[in-house]
Unconditional design. Structure first.
Length: 394
């Protein structure tokens, strides 16, 4: 996805020298070099100063950092240099020392001083192209049909894999007399899951700190993880005897819905993997229709990102009192319902998420440098076969 380049034909001897140095640096980076622009002095021969426009500073710096990790092949190096940075941000930037500052347009930059966000923008364009090129998974072939009807609701990260497994077995959700199963876990994890589902969905979503702050200001939990509200609404429609709220045992909930041999749920993605998905989603959405975007993000991008470790995402400390209030309120409402509740909703003020007693392990927000590092890992080579998997299996 090529864009307008910031560097045009030189108009002075000093600019001609800067162009020659810049083309020399391009050749150095193409061959796997890692020297920063500020330390580069060698000029390229006239015959190697090919092309009308130099690549932008963002593209050149991303290639240099990739070379520091592992030298990419010529094809990937060429794609990096030809890519454009999608989304909001600065256009392709010129190199300081090649063109002088002007009153119009962005000033030339030292690539090493660019914020990681600018490099992530370029990387997301390339990863999105790879995800789209991988194609949609083959549609499932139902092997048998069951008579038991169901609806699987609640925490989207818990419910979706089981629901897709049931559909693959020839059992779409719904129908009269359906058993309604509402899956949930501790409130903090459900909040992260709700944001994760939005990151992999058909619409954009704000960064985690902004999103969770908006939820806290609004007072209520997002509707999809308001387990008590969901159970109450369905009990009024189908009768309390057909509604089950299942806490912290998703496979049991899947069996209630009719899945005979549910697997254990997958581990959560890291905070930085979810943020990278949030940023890739809109780029994929610019390449394919909305329904394809969701399939590709869920079945292609997600298995790819699941192969990389990282810190768990947590609710920021300043929102912990709100989190405890919402948990207490949900526990109270679940206890008053006439429907079946299997398990108990953990109290975040009574038990730590992990680690030593009283310690919460994880991060309160993704980190731009770690997101960039992850994006480069993805570009240089995902776990073997990750993009070739046929889809989620449960």
């Amino acid at each position: 996805m090529a864009g307008d380049r910031a560097v045009t034909a030189p108009s002075s001897a000093s600019e001609t020298d800067g162009q020659a140095r810049a083309w020399g640096w391009v050749g150095h980076l193409r061959s796997g070099g890692t020297t920063p622009w500020s330390a580069w002095q060698d000029r390229a021969p006239a015959r190697e100063q090919a092309g009308r426009y130099l690549p932008g500073a963002q593209q050149l710096e991303l290639l240099r950092r990739l070379n520091q990790q592992r030298v990419p092949g010529p094809e990937l190096a060429g794609r990096v240099l030809a890519a454009s940075a999608p989304g909001r941000g600065r256009p392709d930037l010129g190199l300081v020392g090649v063109l002088p500052r002007t009153r119009f347009g962005p000033a030339p930059v030292d690539p090493s001083e660019l914020p990681p966000d600018e490099l992530v923008r370029v990387a997301t364009a390339l990863i999105a192209e790879d995800v789209v090129a991988a194609g949609e998974p083959a549609p499932p072939r139902p092997t048998r049909r069951f008579r038991r009807r169901y609806r699987l609701l609640g925490d989207p990260e818990l419910a979706r894999p089981f629901r897709e497994a049931l559909v693959a077995d020839g059992r779409p959700p719904g129908g009269s007399g359906a058993t309604v199963v509402v899956l949930g876990t501790d409130t903090e994890q459900m909040l992260v899951h709700a944001w994760t589902a939005r990151c992999f969905g058909t619409e954009g979503v704000r960064p985690w700190p902004e999103w969770v702050a908006a939820a806290a200001r609004g007072g209520a939990l997002p509707p999809r993880i308001d387990l008590a509200g969901t159970a109450r609404a369905w009990a009024a429609r189908v009768g309390a005897g057909r509604v089950h709220v299942v806490l912290d045992d998703p496979p049991y909930g899947a069996r209630l819905a009719g899945l005979r041999h549910p697997a254990t749920t997958r581990p959560d993605l890291s905070a930085d993997a979810i943020e990278l998905a949030r940023r890739i989603g809109p780029v994929v959405g610019s390449l394919v229709p909305p329904e394809r975007r969701a399939l590709l993000l869920w079945h292609r991008l997600r298995p790819l990102l699941a192969g990389f470790d990282g810190a768990t995402l947590l609710v920021p400390e300043r929102h912990r009192p709100w989190l405890a209030e919402r948990t207490t309120d949900q526990r109270r409402r679940l206890g008053r319902g006439d429907y079946a509740v299997h398990g108990d909703l953990p109290d975040p003020s009574a038990a730590p998420a992990a680690g030593r007693p009283g310690e919460r392990v994880g991060v309160a927000a993704p980190d731009d440098e770690r997101v960039l590092a992850l994006a480069m890992q993805v570009l240089l080579g995902p776990p073997a076969g990750a993009l070739d998997e046929p889809g989620e299996s449960v």
